[in-house]
Design a protein around this ligand. Sequence first.
Ligand code: SF4
Length: 294
Amino acid sequence: MDITINIDPLAGFCPGVTKAIAVADELLQDNSNVYSFGELVHCDEELKRLEESGLSVMSTADIDKVHHSKVLIRAHGVSPDMQHKLQISDNEVIDATCNIVRLLQRKVRISSIQMQQVGGQVVIFGKKKHPEVEGLVGYSQSRTIIIEQSDDFSGIDMVKPMCIFAQTTTNVSDYDTFVFNIMQKVRDAGGNQHDMQVFNSICGSIKARVPKLRLFASDHDVVIFVSGAESSNGAYLAAICKEENENTYRISTEEQLKAEWFANARNIGITGAASTPVWLLQRVSEKLNQMLCT
Ligand code: SF4
């Protein structure tokens, strides 16, 4: 039986990750003392490649230990406080924050000043522990509430003005549901919907991929989704594939492939998250070829 294996032509790094990796690769060419503040990408295989080239990963606990080095801020960005702490440790800080995240940080800062003047609040729909969200909180000077579920409104005062933002890699329909629900809550509480500002801050490159990813997933008998376990956009995009094709399997490396997934498959699609390199998808494809076509 002939089997076709296709790599999704739209898979690969998003623009923000592409920029951060390119900056890291350039720094590593002539400097071995390079750190990234947090994992540069949520992909162990790509991290391994960077670490083999000399990149070290540091965390908040290492701030007092790292000096006279180049410290790279990843695409997720950091809070202004954290950036300051990194700078005063005699390090050269290279900021590879994604332009989309940087724009969002500015909007959060401006909106939070406005909210402070009117006794309002900033609501961020995203994951509390996600580095992008942790950074955004640092840009807000008003009362800031982080919400993770579309039916959770804890801490939000429905009769006070509010600005609502989403983490850039949030699931679009979850955010839409949250906004719809909170509008209703504000109305029910006698609040004024004109005091609500809702920002469409989900990353356009992720949003644009979704309809094409749905087609890719439904066009194949089996879909292999490759991404690091920690990747937020990986969890979101893999769930989209699963909605279209229940024979979707999420893996981090080619070693996790299982022959039984492909028992009746004639065509197999390989795709991945915004932090999954194309070279890793190619490695998965080669392994599949060895398993099924030889
Ligand atoms: S997913 Fe979007 S916002 Fe996040 S790093 Fe990539 S391009 Fe930037």
